[in-house]
Design a binder for this molecule. Structure first.
Ligand code: URA
Length: 436
């Protein structure tokens, strides 16, 4: 294969064949294409785009660049959820055990934080002993016995994406819809799924700033996912304000457990139940969204998902005794500072981008690839839009290890809040559902 000709074809706007894309991905995975040529190809794709046929071929070629998980035939469908990421988005943590209790198998392969958005694996790393690197044999065993797990991508899963993503990250080619579709779906398809629900976020702290771009991405992922044999559906959800009342690795784990114990924040619980309900519909286990939501709610309040969470933690090596001791302590950071309301009124803004940047800079996220995380750092007790406050009411608590950084985060975060005389109109978290 002459990769230079492929770069030139794409540069000049010609469509590539499935065979050409497959050969290119396989040569890149085998290190037979240098990074500078792949970077040029990615830029050509960024500028010229890929049509639906090319996007599907690229997705499948990337999926097949490594192992594809497979599970024995079983009455429990294999399903998963993917979120494009946001501040305080800890939906996966309560959702995965809930889905297992609803009769699904969930081999969730999750990622680390990207930009200001938190990553599920980083949150799980705050749990003593929890292992996020599992070999395929152990993934299969846990899925068949426990029914769910959350692991990182194994070295042999979609390796083409790892290399291509690293190049996109440093060549300004991340925001390309066909490349995002192929990147996300190649990893999800490598889990051997039957159904996938996608949470595509839009707003100030989302990967896609506008609802229109989020819709475009959602439609492309649903279409390609469906063509690749997965029952796919997407929810478009707002990400202007954090999800729940906590953001930061350990604090989000605590809030996820509260959700499993029936006292999580309403927006988090609503989104967890919605994702579960849509998967029940997608797999034909329920016929209406109403009955599916009710079934998911009944399952959550039964506390079985809370027990399943413990089972999953144990199967993945967590020290449950230490975990439960830390949970009982609530927060464990040495420094905790409150931010208080300066006048009476209603919370009309709680900007997720400002808070996300402040939390990341306290150590909850990465500023460099090598950065080590402060798992305690973050915010909780967040006041939600529409809530009434009086002067001195708590707007948020900032947790961390370094007093100067925590104080700085608190100062910066004042700008995230606005207090209005009138109660703002309620905005629905789930703006749209995109079906095949
Ligand atoms: N997440 C991914 O895994 N890939 C992308 O391209 C963007 C977000």
């Amino acid at each position: 294969m002459n990769f230079l000709s492929l770069i030139e074809s794409k540069r000049d706007g010609r469509a590539l064949t499935a065979d050409e894309l497959r050969q290119a991905v396989s040569a890149f995975t085998a290190a037979r294409i240098p990074d500078y040529q792949m970077a040029a190809f990615l830029m050509a794709v960024y500028l010229q785009g890929l049509d639906a046929k090319e996007t599907r071929a690229l997705t499948l070629a990337m999926r097949d660049s490594g192992d594809v998980l497979s599970f024995p035939a079983d009455e429990r469908p294999v399903v998963d959820k993917h979120s494009t990421g946001g501040i305080g988005d800890k939906v996966s943590l309560p959702l995965v055990p809930l889905l297992a209790c609803l009769g699904f198998r969930v081999p969730m392969i999750a990622g680390r934080g990207l930009g200001i958005t938190g990553g599920t694996l980083d949150k799980l790393d705050s749990i003593p002993g929890f292992k996020t690197a599992l070999p395929p044999e152990q993934i299969r065993e846990i899925i068949q016995t426990v029914g769910c797990l959350i692991s990182g991508q194994t070295a042999r899963m979609a390796p083409a994406d790892r290399g291509m993503y690293a190049l996109r990250d440093v060549t300004g080619t991340v925001p390309s819809i066909p490349l995002i579709v192929a990147s996300i779906l190649s990893k999800k398809l490598a889990e051997g799924l039957q159904a996938l629900v996608l949470d595509v976020k839009f707003g100030v702290a989302a990967f896609m700033p506008t609802k229109e771009r989020a819709r475009e991405l959602a439609r492309a992922m649903v279409a390609i996912g469906t063509e690749c044999g997965v029952q796919a559906r997407a929810l478009l959800t707002a990400m202007d304000t954090p999800l729940g009342r906590a953001a930061g690795n350990w604090l989000e784990v605590v809030e996820a457990v509260h959700c499993l114990e029936g006292h999580g924040p309403a927006d988090l619980e609503g989104l967890v139940l919605a994702c579960a309900a849509h998967l029940l519909l997608q797999t034909g286990r329920e016929r209406s969204l109403e009955t599916a939501l009710e079934r998911a709610r009944q399952c959550l309040v039964s506390r079985r998902p809370r027990q399943k969470w413990d089972e999953m933690l144990e199967a993945q090596g967590a020290d449950l005794e230490r975990f439960n001791q830390r949970l009982a302590q609530g927060h464990t950071a040495p420094v905790v500072l409150g931010l208080r309301a300066w006048k009476p009124g209603f919370i009309s803004r709680c900007d997720a981008r400002i808070l996300g940047e402040a939390i990341r800079d306290m150590g909850a996220g990465r500023i460099t690839k090598e950065a080590t995380l402060d798992y305690e750092a973050g915010v909780d007790g967040l006041a939600k839009i529409g809530e009434r406050v009086e002067p001195g009411s708590l707007l948020a608590r900032f947790h961390g290890t370094d007093p100067a950084r925590v104080e700085q985060a608190r100062e910066r975060s004042k700008a995230a809040f606005a207090i209005a005389e009138e109660k703002p109109d309620k905005r629905e978290l789930i703006a749209e559902v995109v079906s095949p």
